[in-house]
Design a protein around this ligand. Structure first.
Ligand code: DPP
Ligand code: ZN
Length: 890
């Protein structure tokens, strides 16, 4: 496998204007007739046509209806004797493939007796020979033929123009997509499906048909997805003036899917996990994820499909922007400032627990990478979530209206094109010529080219006599693979100052005519800068990086007193939450780095516990916010703060903190439970789901406290709640409380849960995941995981199921995975190898579980390296896994 470099990009030697595809669908042998109209790209020197293909059986190639000579070069079909000159010519290729044997779930595959496709990034070449690159955009006409009884529904992109009967019980459907598209947006679906339908009229007065297709029996779980789709259509028109450009927009759910969902033009294909929900089977988190993923895929229709990527190095052009859009969508739907802040905190938590480690590890890469071996490995939190932060910073620098203007210019310039991240940034800047973004654009774009999480070091100096406050800001960024030195970034720093009582202080720089109140954005561009504020009446507490205005680590030596002030009074909810996290973090790190006996020396002091008591009892705070503040930093986040990681010590300290918080705040937890246990008729809105989240945390804490005291009342109540709950959120939270607290009632509850939901695959995923992710008590989790893998419901070939057991253990349960006997790593290596033979994309994700092995303390470090080396020593690894383990060992 060789690396592909961004610098090597050249335009395609041929354009494909039209594609006519005819499929004879059969699980074991599907026949594909591909008739294309091509022409030479006059801008490129004449050369052979090289078409990509993978695992195809080639039967025939015709040029302008005549047989022609061709040769194979690896996976490419090479045609050298094509008509010369600028005229278009026809190329007809006839191939067959075997969808039933396609366990990679890329290209055309069978799931539950239906056909689905996944073509992003390079799956179309598994369907037919093609110029499988996003800058080749063509018009598609697709005819599907299949047995009518087995495959009554036949779908592809665009509009249905014809359908009818064929002989032998077969039928056909013909679809025409009115928009040109790159082949990664091609899709087809065939099977026994039913649809929820909704007709809508847009603001512009156009009528559209929306459909959500699922297997018969799942129709009662499609209402939320449809509502989310309607909300998405309305939002994109209202916020960005972007209408739905198709008469018909379809979503189809499949239970076998590598990713979350896919934005194929007019025919989105979704993992069932992000479509199916009703209150009996889905949690509030599921409802919220469905809303954002439906939004995300829908928003791609403009940011991704109408304007697509020139090459896959530009992936964040569509993904960072579309994540930003789905985040804004969810925030706008959430409504209240508090609910918006909750969403922001959740998003930042993902960034910090997943992207920051990626940026500090062996797979670190810029938002726009310079090279890759396997593009599937670059669908990362850096491309998606950090990419979204980069777009968010642009909006901060040009303002919300300025950003909307920038988007408008972007579409005016580039609609129908395949473009680059530069083109996007240029459009936003050009629409805002007076902005800091326009002034600083080349430097700002370092966010696209430099990997690594910058550190922002801040320190403050108050001069009482001069009534000045000097804030020094210094930035740095650690080396990442291939990038030893970094130039300074453009960092928008949202700032406010508080006095010791928590009142906002006016902000006034020396050269300002007057003071400002509230939050101001200061744009840091140098390695070091100082801000001197004048007319400052008392020593301020700085509230830095409000709303997390840049994806950086902020170092500021806050005192406890300052943090308590921010926690109690900051007008910025994000920094209130952050202050609480910093208080917990400082205590956790001290205990982790010390060697105290945790049974003797409490990790948490009264100052912290009192502050948390006050938060819990504060009637002005929303339950959702309280739940976030009262949730301790994760083990993964704690590990990232340390140079040398002892996962067992981290786990022990965090568990001790949890127990202490549970015991010391029992009265308040009981009150929180009583106040929030009944949220009335189920609605997945932010207020009531916040209340359920807080009630769930309270119940867990009360069961944890009971474990300590031996009390049986709260576990009994949790069991009762588990049995009586009127919705999955409450039921699952009660079950989790028993599992997390390690109570003996967990076992009967788990078996009852399985019996209740044995026919609901997504609920059974939760059942597996909860057990594989449970806090380890004396090493019990790994044997339990091995046992789960022998359960009749376990199936390694189904990505959701594999993730629910193996990933929940290896990637999401550090305290159970990092065992001093190395058995967790042995298990990991075996599963990576086993999965790689089935589905390399999923295997490579699992391979990333040991990304941060170099930080581990002994004996974990050596054992982890040995496990990675064992995987790397395997001769026939996929490119996907090979790239991950090679980089890990480098
Ligand atoms: N493009 C898909 C998404 O992020 C993933 N392949 O929506
Ligand atoms: Zn996307």
């Amino acid at each position: 496998a060789t690396a592909i470099h961004r610098a090597d990009y050249t335009a395609p030697a041929y354009w494909i204007d039209t594609v006519e595809l005819v499929f004879d669908l059969d699980p074991a042998k599907t026949r594909v007739l591909n008739k294309m109209r091509l022409r030479r790209n006059g801008d490129v020197a004449p050369q052979a046509l090289r078409l990509d293909g993978e695992e195809l059986n080639l039967a025939r190639v015709l040029v302008n209806g005549q047989g022609t000579s061709f040769k194979m070069d690896g996976n490419q079909l090479v045609l050298e004797n094509l008509p010369e000159g600028p005229d278009a010519f026809d190329l007809e290729i006839f191939t067959t493939c075997n969808p039933a044997k396609n366990t990679k779930l890329m290209g055309l595959y069978v799931s539950n007796d239906s056909f689905f496709t996944q073509c992003e990034a390079e799956g179309f070449r598994r369907i037919t020979y093609f110029l499988d690159r996003p800058d080749v955009m063509a018009s598609y006409t697709v005819t599907l033929r299949a047995d009518k009884a087995k495959y009554p529904v036949l779908l592809s992109n665009g509009n249905l123009v014809e359908e009818g009967e064929l002989e032998d019980g077969r039928h056909f459907a013909k679809w025409v997509d009115p928009h040109k598209k790159p082949c990664y947006l091609f899709a087809l679906v065939a099977g026994q499906l039913v649809a929820r339908e909704q007709r809508i009229r847009s603001r512009a007065g156009k009528d559209h048909l929306l459909q959500v297709f699922v297997r018969p029996g799942d129709l009662d779980k499609t209402e939320h997805a449809m509502n989310s789709l309607m909300a998405s259509v309305a939002w994109d028109e209202a916020r960005f003036g972007l209408p739905l450009d198709l008469e018909r927009f379809m979503i189809v759910a499949t239970s076998d899917f590598n990713m979350g969902a896919m934005e194929n033009k007019g025919l989105n294909i979704f993992n069932t996990k992000y479509v199916l929900a009703n209150q009996a089977t889905a949690t509030d988190a599921d409802f919220s994820n469905i809303e954002s993923v439906v939004g995300h895929e829908y928003f791609h229709n403009w940011t991704g499909n109408r304007v697509t990527c020139q090459d896959w190095f530009q992936l964040s052009l569509k993904e960072g922007l579309t994540v930003f859009r789905d985040q804004e969508f969810s925030q706008d739907l959430a409504g209240s400032p508090s609910a918006r802040a909750v969403k922001r905190i959740e998003d930042v938590r993902v960034l910090r627990t997943a992207q920051f480690p990626e940026d500090a590890g062996p797979m670190a890469h810029p938002v726009r990478p310079d090279s890759y071996i396997e593009i599937n490995n670059f669908y990362t939190v850096t491309i998606y979530e950090k990419g979204a932060e980069v777009v968010r910073m642009m909006q901060t620098l040009v303002g919300r209206d300025g950003f909307a203007q920038g988007m408008k210019l972007y579409f005016e310039r580039h609609d129908g094109q395949a473009v680059t991240c530069d083109d996007f940034a240029q459009a936003i800047a050009d629409a805002n010529p007076q902005s800091d973004l326009a002034r600083l654009l080349p430097q700002f774009k370092r966010w696209y080219s430099q990997a690594g999480t910058p550190r922002l070091h801040a320190s403050g100096q108050y001069d009482a006599a001069a009534r000045t406050y000097t804030l020094s800001l210094t930035q740095s960024c650690a080396p990442t693979p291939g990038q030893a030195l970094k130039d300074p970034f453009v960092i928008p720093v949202n700032l406010g100052l508080l006095d010791a009582q928590g009142q906002a202080l006016p902000l006034q720089l020396a050269h300002w005519a007057q003071a400002e109140t509230g939050t101001r954005t200061f744009v840091l561009t140098e390695a070091s800068e100082t801000l001197t504020f004048v007319n400052v009446d008392s020593a301020p507490v700085p509230s830095i990086l409000r709303d997390f205005s840049a994806p950086v680590v902020l170092d500021y030596a806050y005192t406890d007193t300052e943090l308590l002030t921010l926690l109690a009074h900051d007008s910025d909810p994000f920094n209130r939450w952050e202050a609480g996290q910093r208080l917990a973090l400082a205590r956790a790190l001290k205990a982790i780095q010390g060697d105290s006996d945790l049974a003797q020396t409490p990790v948490l002091d009264d100052a912290y516990l009192d502050a948390m008591r006050q938060v819990l009892a504060d009637p002005t705070l929303d339950a959702a916010f309280k739940e976030l503040v009262l949730t301790l930093p994760s083990e993964t986040y704690l590990a990232e703060q340390l140079d040398v990681v002892d996962p067992q010590r981290i786990h022990a300290v965090r568990e001790a903190m949890r127990e202490q918080l549970a015991t010391a705040l029992q009265t308040q937890w009981q009150q929180a439970w009583e106040d929030n246990r009944d949220t009335g008729g189920y609605r997945p809105d932010p207020v009531s789901s916040g209340r359920r989240a807080l009630a769930g945390l309270a119940l867990t804490q009360l069961c944890v406290a009971a474990r300590r005291s031996g009390d049986t009342v709260w576990p009994g109540k949790a069991f009762q709640r588990f049995k009586d709950a009127a919705n999955m959120t409450d039921r699952f939270n009660a079950l989790s409380a028993l599992v997390i607290s390690g109570h003996e009632l967990a076992a009967p509850a788990l078996s009852r849960f399985h019996a209740l939901f044995k026919n609901e695959a997504l609920v059974i995923d939760k059942w597996f995941s909860l057990q594989a992710g449970a806090p380890d008590h004396g090493g019990h989790v790994l044997p339990a995981v091995r046992q789960l893998m022998t359960h009749p419901d376990f199936n390694l070939r189904n990505p959701n199921r594999a993730r629910s057991v193996i990933f929940s253990y290896c990637s999401a349960n550090p305290g159970a995975f990092h065992r001093s006997d190395a058995a967790g790593y042995v298990f990991w290596a075996d599963r990576v190898i086993e999965l790689d033979a089935i589905n390399p994309q999923v295997a490579a994700r699992l391979a990333r579980a040991l990304d941060r092995w170099k930080k581990l303390a002994e004996p974990y470090r050596s054992a982890a390296r040995e496990a990675i080396a064992r995987v790397a020593a395997k001769a026939d690894l996929s490119n996907d896994v090979r790239e991950v383990v090679t980089r890990a060992l480098a």
